[in-house]
Write a protein that binds this ligand. Structure first.
Ligand code: HEM
Length: 406
């Protein structure tokens, strides 16, 4: 029998990154969780991943230079250490509460007209670029620009500054994969420094002249003298919101379009309204999750996963993408079914760190797909240019996706 260690080894190869799903199937055959080696565990079962995410005994690594001196020179690793993504209570609870007020379902629903307008604008641009039948890169022209515009509107980043973030994020993403050699982080560190500089300047500007945006609201919190938000936390969480706010949603749109092109009947159903957009989006999230894995640290004694003791200090890799393909939770997981009953994939995580932007991402995708299909009845993959994956495991998506619109 193949061991989980060997399967994980394959997952981190180029072929594993290109298509991790056959490896997830093999992992499920071994069981829902495995002790891989030393202080290292892997969890792939839906119920087991869900329960680790909801168990406060499992926390974040807190990737601060203080906790882990060898990463001190790598801003691409340390920056998120002071954001809500990588902190534990009480810091996480304190700051997340401040940020959550902006992303309540009511506030997100109120953004619907703005999202529709942004989508409409990008469709106009795609129509223009592809009017003569030439291929348009869906990833660059639409999948990136819609979510980056939405999150930048919220944060208060002017339009002229937005479009360079895709290239910068592509470099930062190196640090968000499993990093085994810190010397590969040069481009990620340089990109992170550039983003930090950008936000330092934006914060100074908004502090001098506040506006009705998220940056100004968080500066207001940082300027209170009750310690509710430090200057460092302000910067880290703005960087986090920007990067988490577009990259994952970009990939949701690209992964969803691939599903549509591979299954033409779905596109017809979405166009006719017989397949609800929300069900389609939820199944794309399950079927090809934009975030494939996260991890946790065992912070207390006496923890177990699937009956396997997990000693304090162990690292637990949580394969969200595999959990979404757990046949015990989702019958025939390889079948794309937008009508799947009780479809609750773990693509946005669960528990204390459940994605803050989940409602916004769902709104963007459920708005984008029907409008895209309505606008371009002849939308198709470009014949002489292939779609290319981004060669990443954690943040799964396409680098380029050429389409024709007329
Ligand atoms: C399809 C799109 C998205 C996916 C798949 C996604 C996925 C995730 C996942 C899996 C986590 C939890 C990570 C963990 O537990 O270790 C997370 C956290 C987070 N996401 Fe998203 N996300 C998406 C869109 C967004 C958007 C649009 C925003 C911003 C508006 C956002 C902001 C955040 C933030 C701030 C956190 C940290 C929450 C915390 O740790 O308390 N995400 N996201």
């Amino acid at each position: 029998m193949t061991s989980s260690g060997a399967i994980l080894g394959e997952l981190f190869t180029e072929a594993g990154r290109a298509d991790p799903y056959p490896l997830y199937v093999k992992l499920h055959e071994l069981g829902p969780a495995e002790h891989v080696d030393g202080p290292f565990f892997v969890v792939n079962g839906y119920h087991e991943v869900n329960s680790v995410l909801r168990n406060p005994g499992f926390g974040k690594w807190a990737q601060s230079a203080q906790a882990w001196p060898e990463i001190a020179d790598h801003p691409s690793l340390t920056r998120f250490g002071t954001s809500i993504l990588d902190t534990n209570p009480p810091d996480h609870t304190r700051v997340r509460r401040l940020m959550a007020t902006v992303f309540t379902p009511r506030r997100v629903a109120a953004l619907a007209p703005a999202v529709t307008a942004i989508v409409g604008d990008r469709l106009d641009k795609m129509a223009e670029a592809g009017a003569d039948g030439s291929p348009v890169d869906f990833m660059d022209e639409f999948a990136f620009r819609v979510p980056v515009s939405v999150i930048c509107e919220l944060i208060g980043i002017p339009e002229a500054d937005r479009y360079r973030f895709r290239a910068l994020m592509q470099d930062v993403a190196i640090a968000l994969e499993i990093v085994s050699d810190l010397s590969t982080l040069g481009p990620a560190d340089a990109a992170m420094l550039e983003i930090e500089e950008y936000f330092t300047a934006l914060v100074a500007e908004r502090r001098a002249a506040p506006r009705d945006d998220l940056t100004s609201a968080l500066i207001h919190d940082a300027d209170q003298d009750d310690g509710r938000l430090s200057e460092e936390e302000l910067l880290s969480n703005l960087v986090l919101l920007l990067l988490a706010g577009f990259e994952t949603t970009t990939n949701l749109l690209g992964n969803g379009l691939a599903v549509l092109f591979d299954r033409p009947r779905l596109a017809a159903g979405l166009r006719a309204g017989t397949i609800p957009a929300a069900g389609f989006v939820e199944e794309v999230l399950r079927f090809d999750s934009p975030v494939q894995l996260t991890s946790r640290l065992a912070m207390t004694d006496g923890l177990q996963v699937a009956g396997i003791p997990v000693p304090k200090g162990s690292e637990v890799m949580l394969l969200l993408g595999a959990a979404n393909w757990d046949p015990a939770r989702f019958p025939e997981p390889e079948r794309f079914d937008p009508g799947r009953p009780d479809n609750q994939p773990l693509s946005f995580g669960a528990g204390a760190h459940f994605c803050l932007g989940a409602a916004l991402a769902r709104l963007e995708a459920a708005t984008a797909f029907p409008l895209l299909l309505d606008r371009f009845p002849n939308l198709a993959a470009a014949e002489d240019a292939e779609r290319i994956r981004n060669d990443r495991l954690v943040l799964r998506g396409y680098q380029t996706f050429p389409v024709v619109v007329s």
